[in-house]
Design a protein around this ligand. Structure first.
Ligand SMILES: Cc1ncc(COP(=O)(O)O)c(C=O)c1O
Length: 440
């Protein structure tokens, strides 16, 4: 008989009339829920998926921007919130793309990547860092570094394993660690510790269970660049505790006070981990979706095996255009020069407005202690409160970080056609900020 067997998860709402339903919470789901509401995996919230009322940071910023524009259409937004390059890829790169897109030999699956791209990445690593890599075995492309950071936990994390991650930071590897039943142990980046993780503070039981250490230098959002000494300490730590290092080098070509430094330059690094690179930031190729994982041969191979089960590679024309980009040192040099110039202007302007800030070592972000309030006005109990105030009341957009102290991130990726436009934007921001009398 039909109900002798346990009911399939979806059967009741389909077969039992409403007035016969007993009062189990299962039956209490709103009628509008599809049968698969019960089927969502726990990792994304289970049956509560899509029902939360929490609004995420970037959505709050978007809403506040909309409100500011609606209430003050006369006041242009001073937007330091955008985290994406404001320019197109170089003409020369787009030219290669335009040619390659018409070639029939580029039409198919690229699988784990074409040799020409890996060879260009190897030439780049040798030219910029003196790091010699075998393109066939020690480099593999990825569809943007985000995807690599999402896949690397699949290589190492089993339920109960730990990924050590710096915070604030790019959360993707941590999210996927949790998807695999692992845990994230957060290493705060504080000004007191020079925005480097305090590896000695990690408790012994955490070190024992840790399999991955994910670091990111130049660091987003703090702008800190790593030193050779720090990387040497990371290698020593990884060896001692048998932990694999993933260094996220997405912003590496935006290094200002020293030449870009690769983790793989440090002796022993290749034995303990990999570095993940991206064409996005340094080459204005955010939307093109290309990067690479390089370093330890066996880890690169394992990554390629996982990747092969996730995607079929980036369009070959994109890989060929990116190879041309990697062979042109002028492209990242120009990008670096532009954001360096903009950051200097921003630091000078904010300093005049009372902010405590100095030039970051890298990235296009400036990370500054958040104001605590306004003289004779509101006080802010978090960076988020300060950021919301600046957007809604003054149409100045910033991104708050409250993960390790209250900080605002200001990006220099705003749109400005030339230096005069940059200066005009700085002048407008200064005019608004000096009127507010922020308290720090
Ligand atoms: C620190 C960091 N890592 C990785 C990424 C991902 O970059 P992409 O996937 O464009 O290579 C970003 C993007 O914002 C980032 O800020």
């Amino acid at each position: 008989m039909r109900f002798d067997r346990p009911l399939p998860k979806c059967a009741v709402s389909v077969t039992v009339p409403v007035f016969l339903r007993p009062n189990f919470s299962f039956f209490a789901l709103p009628m509008s829920d599809p049968y698969f509401q019960q089927l969502f995996a726990q990792r994304i919230g289970g049956s509560s998926y899509g029902k939360g009322t929490e609004i995420y940071k970037f959505e709050k910023i978007k809403r506040a921007k909309r409100k500011a524009l609606a209430e003050h259409p006369e006041r242009a937004l001073v937007d330091f919130g955008i985290g994406e390059n404001d320019e197109m890829a170089a003409d020369s790169v787009r030219q290669v793309m335009a040619e390659q897109i018409n070639r029939p030999e580029n039409r198919g699956y690229a699988d784990n990547g074409i040799a020409a791209f890996k060879e260009a990445a190897a030439r780049f690593m040798a030219r910029e860092f003196g790091v010699k890599l075998d393109p066939a075995t020690e480099i593999n492309h990825c569809i943007g570094s985000k995807t690599a950071l999402a896949m690397l936990p699949a290589v190492f994390i089993d339920p109960g394993d730990i990924t050590l991650m710096t915070t604030p930071g790019y959360p993707v590897a941590g999210t996927h660690t949790k998807y695999y039943g692992g845990e994230v142990y957060r290493l705060p980046l504080t000004a007191e510790h020079d925005f480097l993780p305090d590896l000695d503070s990690i408790p012994a039981d955490i070190r024992r269970r840790a399999k991955l250490l994910v670091i990111n230098y130049p660091n987003s959002p703090t702008g800190k660049v790593a030193t050779r000494e720090f990387y040497a300490r990371v290698v020593e730590f990884a060896r001692q505790h048998e932990i694999v290092v993933v260094q996220d080098a997405a912003h590496i070509m935006l290094s200002y006070d020293q030449r870009p430094l690769s983790f793989l330059e440090v002796p022993g690094a290749r034995e303990v981990g990999v570095e993940v690179h991206s064409l996005s930031k340094g080459w204005n190729m955010i939307g093109w979706r290309l990067g690479w994982v390089c370093g330890n041969e066996r880890i690169v191979r394992a990554f390629a095996d996982v990747k092969d089960n996730c995607d079929s590679g980036q369009f070959i024309a994109v890989q060929k255009a990116a190879a041309a980009a990697l062979d042109d040192p002028e492209i990242p040099r120009c990008t670096r020069e532009k954001y360096h110039r903009r950051l200097k202007k921003l630091v000078a302007m904010l300093t005049r407005c009372g902010f405590r800030c100095r030039m970051p070592g890298g990235t296009y972000f400036l990370y500054v202690p958040s104001p605590r309030g306004v003289a004779g006005g509101p006080t802010f109990d978090s960076a988020e409160a300060a950021s919301q105030y600046l957007i809604t009341e003054h149409s100045i957009c910033t991104v708050p970080w409250d993960d390790a102290g209250a900080f605002l991130r200001l990006s220099t990726t705003y749109e400005a056609d030339d230096e005069a436009a940059e200066d005009a934007l700085m002048a407008e921001a200064e005019r608004r900020l000096t009127k507010i009398h922020l308290v720090f």
